[in-house]
Ligand binder design. Sequence first.
Ligand code: MN
Length: 729
Amino acid sequence: MFRPLDFSHEREIGYDDLKRRVEAYYSDADFEMLKKAFDFATKAHEGQKRSSGEDYIIHPINVSATLIKLRLDLDSIIAGLLHDVVEDCDIDPAEIEREFNSEVAQIVIGLTKISKIKFKTKEESQAENFRKMVVAMAKDIRVIIVKLADRMHNMRTLQYVSDEKQKKIAKETLDIYVPLASRLGINSVKAELEDLCLRFLHPDIYYRLAEKVAMKKTDRDVYINATIETIQDKLLEYGMKADVKGRPKHFYSIYKKMKARGMDYDQIHDLLAFRVILSNITECYKALGIVHSSFTPIPGRFKDYIAIPKVNGYQSLHTTVIGPSAERIEIQIRTHDMDHIAEAGIAAHWKYKEGVAGNSTKLDWIEQLLEFNKNVSNNNEFMDVVKNDLDVGGIFIFTPNGDVRELRYGATPLDFAYAIHTEVGNKCVGAKVNGKMVPLRYTLKSGDTVEILTSKSQTPSKDWLTIVKSSRAKTKIKQWLLKVERDKNKEIGREILDKCLKVFGTNLKSVEKNGEIHKAADELSVSNVDDLFINIGTGKFEAKKVVHALPSIGPEEIEDEDKKLEEVNSYSKKVSQTARHRANKDNAVIVDGLDDVMVRMARCCNPIPGDPISGYITRGRGITVHHSSCTRIEQGDLARTVHVEWNSEFKFKHPVNVRVITHDKPGILSQISKNINGNGVNIRSALAKSLPDRKGSFIFEIEVKDYSELLKAISGIETLEEVISVHRV
Ligand code: MN
């Protein structure tokens, strides 16, 4: 099959080649360091092979060669050589910092992080998030540029991997890296990536275009050279020396044009493009005039991107003319500076002097991008584009399946749970971040993989509203709470009404069955029976009023029963109050808004109400409540501690052990027991032991409701004459 463009990488390229190419634009670079990096990478990748069967080192060398083509600074070129050593050779980034410098180490760390992002999803809409994610994780713009060079070489050698992998990587490149290259104005990389994507994603289209462009390579070269000469001669007549280049147009741009205009291959004419490069802007416009008077211009095809640059900073004059052999040709006219910017984009902005580069990397790289584009006249548009495309408004979180969700800064696992699905949010009992349990209040960071743990019995609580940051989660929690409130009130209302009806010798079931309840609802102008119950439950309607509205029970009869009804009403108040408190009664401790999480008191410090406490998330056994000063909390993983509070609703006697040391004296045990009981404290068990020196040791297990009751018991024992010491154990 015909392969028109040569995407192959450089197979034979050594240190001397790299050095020569760097010298061409940056003569006083630190070549000792470059050599060191070259050797370091060679050694690290020794024995590793690529899918092509070649030595792995060929890959990082090609990546740095691309960076040199873009005329990047030395740190970037070195990072290009070292970009895979952390990931593939287990080199510690600290070693890179030691051997080279922290800038290089940071770029390599950034690249390693990006390589861990998994682009697994099939959803189109996720591409934008991934793009933002890449941007968010690259603190230094050079990370993205090196990444683009890395991707370009991988695409150039993509024929060596499986078909399935080819499609996947090409799609990822088209969705994520091509837009980034475009936004950064690195057109040389963008155009090549696009053509490679077309070749692997739509080989049929790619090869038909290739044939069309083909003519015969020699014929084409002859034609291109002749045209270059003609243009150069015309310009020379006016005393202008121009650098003129010609090449077949990029396939992807032809493909896009075909798609956009609904054209067929045969209708595509301008397949060759020429570039005229001059020394200044005045010459560019002069050259345009000469081109237009020498060849017939196609109307509507002239564009002045010098006066109005593209949003990424691209400047050039574009025109299409009928060329020397009646073929349409596209001509771009620009200065050398514009040409370098068009090829290298923001990379062209890079300063080579070490000190300067060092300073500029400290800037936020989006700021650099703005700085780079500040001479662009349509700045507002640019700002919008940056905002939409690159500005990162939040953080990017992965599901265990590799899907990504954008959340706002400060978002918690609970926000993430609601972002996945309302039901996942409502049933959320905890979360694992990167495999570790975290409290629901945990603040998520970009790149975290979050697994939400759910439980059927879990329900949202009001406290969750203070945990979540997103309005979606807040709305969902509020909706749930309102519904629960409604359901609860409905149940209360039914219970009260039923009780009330029984006073009149009937019950709720019968009035529901005979339909009278609907009539009462109509009579009281509520839209349905449920609302009727809810109104009773909330206390808006007295049950009496509803009974009154039932056709079979007249108001006359109610007079006789007034007293009973009063009773019913006071009963109904009681019902609604206890029902509302029931929910919190069962747990001694309230865990960060969770009602249903499993809670145990730690055996090591056995806290009782009144003690300062902290919760500790255990693996698979809920939450253990420790005394805040317990060594287990202080030495434990801070990320696993969770805020807990004593539940004031909870009435429960807590067992506590108290050790009493006394002078040995007959009857002392019963004396202490009496004293403890005298303070209203129950003794569960007592253990006695005699110590040397005629001393006795007792351990009492007593039951107290809180810390103050324990203090009372302890100080009570202390008042006894024979007692030496009393301690909680
Ligand atoms: Mn790589």
